[in-house]
Structure formats: C-alpha cells, structure tokens
Design a protein around this ligand. Structure first.
Ligand code: PLP
Ligand code: ZN
Length: 440
C-alpha cells in the first residue's frame, strides 16, 4: 500500500522503480532522489506513527528491531521482510555531553553516537537498505555481477560486511595509503575484492561510476539515493529519543554531503506527516583542508567550485568534489544552515578534549565539535539551546590518529591534552610515588 520511486532532483518528469540500477536522471543527468507517496503515508496519524515506531524500537520482531527497518514504511516499503539484510542498525546512544558542553558554555549538548554500529560508522544505516534492495533484485531474477563503491574507508567496510552477510560479491576502490588500518582490514576480512588505487577519493569515484555504467557493477556510493533513505532515519531517531521533540541545532561533519542531505530528508518527512512543526538549524562541519562547501557558503552559495582536497586527519571527509552538493545546499537553505570549518589543530584538540570527558571520538566528530566551539564562541549558538552533534564513526577505527596525538607525533600540532604511559620497574615504591601525579 505504501510506495516509493526514484525521481530527478531537477524536476524532470518520470518515476523510476527502486529496483532499477539507475544513478542519474536519464533525461538531464542530475542526481535522483527517492520520493515517497506521502498521501498514502497520511493514512496513519502522526500519533499513530510515533506509537508504531516506539513500539518497534529495539525489539525483536524481524526486521523492525533495527531502527532503520523499524521505520520501514518511510524508508523502503517495497523490500520484502525476508529479503532484508540487517545487522541491527541505529538505536545508538544519544550521549548527554554534560562535561564537554559545560566546558564550552552549553547546558544541553548531546552527541549521537552513530559509530556504535556493526562496522563502526553511520554508513551501516544506508548500506542495509541498499544491499537489501540488491538482494531482492537478485531474488527476482536480475543479474548483479557485484556491488561496488569508491570509499574513504567506512563505506567500503560497511558494503563489504553487508554484501558478505547477503552472499553477494563486493568490489571496493580505495585511495592507496589514505585509509586507516582498521578500515582496510574490514573489507579484506569480509572477502571483498579490494583495489587500492594510486589516486584520491575523487579519482576512485570517477572509476567506479564507469564500472557501474559499463561492467554491471551495482553502485553503492551515496549518489545512489537508496543509501540516503536509511541514513535519514538518524533525524527521526534523534527526535524520537527526545520524546519527539526537535533539537535547536544539529551539527554534522560533511564530505560527499550525502549524510546532511539525508538528515534534511528525515526532518522534511517528519514535518510533512505532522510529527514535527519546528525545524532545527543545521551546521555542516568541514576540514579546512577539504572545504569546498565552506567556500561556497562564504560566497552566499552563489557558486560552487570543486577543489582538490588536501591531506587531513579527517580522512573520511577528504573530498573535493562532493556528489551530493546540490542536495546539501538545498537542505542548508531550508534549515537556516551554516557551514563551519576546522583546522587540523582545532579538530585534534576538540577530539582530545571530548575524549577527556568520556567520549572516544573519530577525527570527523572532532571537526564537528571544533565547529561547535566556534559557533558558541561567536554567539551563534546560545547556552540554553539544545544541540546534537552527529558522531559519524567509532574512535576505535582511528587509533593511529589517537596514538600519534598522545605521542606528540602529529606534525604541526601542539597536543595539549596528550597523555603518555609512565614506564616503571617492577617496584612497589616507584608505583606508589607515581600516584603523586593524581590531581583531585
Ligand atoms: C562518510 C563519512 C563522513 C561524511 O559523510 P558524507 O555523507 O560523505 O558527507 C563523515 N564521517 C565519517 C566517519 C564518514 O565515514
Ligand atoms: Zn532530470
């Protein structure tokens, strides 16, 4: 009874089925988006949707215990339950960052821990949807040679895991030497064909698009809007976790800009169905070394120009030519949005300060926290406002970054919060004297 289809974001006529391997509008070449039959979704009241989602949240009835599939009617209603490839996505901790918030002048700061997920990043939210659609396509008799993606590390880890769970071959293209050890070992462990190319992410992206057009590889990057349908549940879930109240601000790190586009789509749908009336303001946080959206924002979004992304510790957002830039700018305009940037020193410092308050953040979350500090210092965000920072990956995938920080080995960075192990002999008195370092 509920339906969704692909349509062109530039408004070309035509509806395309979700099980078609189609990544751009056949008429104009622009991106596609998933459009839901909102009129059909209005058959349930806002209160009924909220109750349904609350009843399913983190329970065991397949597949609704996954916080993505618990909202299945809003995500991808055509997937049959027995085709869902799920590893229990979403339902992640919304952490009240009390000490960090107070330290920077906020009383109501929350961090949505999307990295507490099967493969350690928010990418699982979208990948479960995409791989489920592919599994159903194969079951319906279509031929898919493999699923494939270009990746700065987390997309390939997620794709490889879901493809392995479904028994579908996967091929991933990585920029050689530019992903972390954990990110490299994940697709290897899951048996994906891992191609490490002597280029950057944008170079890998160009090649995978051609493989999708010419070699029967099903494209799993976020230009495939099926990913965004799963990722948009993060907006619904954070509102649900606040008992259906909308926060004042959401801050999200952005690279290819699919995630902020998805965030906006989630808030759009809640408003369309009467669940919410208020809109949050949205901030996209970029690394200064890879900041094409920030540059466009400073110019009032009059023009957008891709750049060559430079090296950054926030390796998953090292993207100079973001695929979803048009969608992202549309979201920022609708959500009174801003774009902020963080230097390498600022992102490292913010991540380390947050770790000192019990978080364990990836460098991208560091970018978002550094952006937050700037917005608070400037008075754009006021003390009493409710702010959610979207933490995109688990810090355990970025231990190289943390180890080098605490060893004072990050070039050009004064690691003010570095903490080194104290090397001691097997001697009680030495150990007892070392306790003098404890400060109340
Ligand atoms: C993919 C990724 C991002 C960026 O998301 P986009 O949709 O590309 O903007 C940010 N942080 C982490 C950890 C990621 O893996
Ligand atoms: Zn079009």
């Amino acid at each position: 009874m509920y339906r969704a289809h692909f349509r062109c974001i530039a408004g070309c006529p035509g509806e395309h089925p979700l099980d078609e391997p189609l990544y751009r509008c056949p008429a104009c070449g622009d991106l596609l988006e998933v459009a839901h039959d909102v009129a059909a979704l209005r058959d349930r009241s806002a209160a009924a949707w909220m109750k349904l989602f609350d009843d399913r949240y983190k329970r065991t009835t397949w597949p609704y215990g996954s916080a993505v599939w618990g909202k299945k009617e809003w995500v991808c209603p055509s997937v049959r339950d027995d085709q869902v490839v799920s590893m229990d996505e979403g339902g992640t901790n919304l952490f009240w960052a009390e000490r960090f918030g107070r330290a920077i002048g906020l009383d109501d700061l929350w961090v949505k821990q999307c990295g507490n997920s099967h493969t350690g990043s928010f990418k699982d939210l979208g990948m479960t949807v995409l791989v489920s659609v592919v599994r159903q396509m194969i079951s319906d008799g279509r031929t898919v040679r493999a699923v494939g993606c270009a990746s700065t590390g987390d997309t390939s880890a997620s794709l490889a895991a879901y493809a392995a769970a479904a028994g579908i071959p996967a091929v991933v293209l990585l920029p050689r030497g530019k992903v972390t050890t954990a990110q490299l070992v994940q697709p290897l462990a899951h048996g994906a064909l891992v191609l490490a190319l002597d280029t950057d992410f944008d170079g890998c992206m160009a090649i995978i698009q051609r493989l999708a057009a010419e070699e029967g590889i099903y494209l799993a990057n976020s230009m495939n809007p099926l990913r965004l349908e799963g990722q948009k549940t993060v907006a619904v879930e954070m509102v649900q976790q606040f008992d259906w109240q909308v926060p004042d601000w959401v801050i999200i790190p952005g690279g290819n800009l699919g995630n902020v586009s998805a965030l906006g789509a989630g808030f759009d749908l809640m408003e369309a169905l009467g669940i919410t009336t208020k809109r949050p303001r949205i901030c996209v946080a970029q690394a200064e070394a890879a900041n094409p959206l920030y540059r466009a924002f400073v110019n009032g979004f009059d023009t957008f120009a891709p750049i060559k992304a430079e090296e950054t510790l926030a390796s998953a957002i090292r993207i100079g030519n973001p695929v979803s830039v048009e969608k992202a700018i549309r979201v920022l305009k609708n959500y009174d949005g801003v774009v902020e940037q963080a230097s390498e020193a600022e992102l490292s410092d913010a991540a380390a300060r947050a770790d000192r308050t019990g978080m364990f953040n990836c460098p991208h979350t560091g970018v978002a926290l550094a952006a937050l500090c700037k917005l608070v210092a400037r008075g754009t965000i006021a003390r009493g406002e409710r702010v959610v920072v979207v933490s995109t990956a688990n810090g355990l995938k970025f231990t190289d970054f943390k180890v080098r920080y605490h060893e004072q080995a990050l070039a050009g960075i004064d690691a003010r919060h570095a903490n080194r192990p104290v090397q001691l002999a097997n001697d009680y008195d030495q150990v007892r004297r070392a306790l003098d370092a404890i400060r109340p």
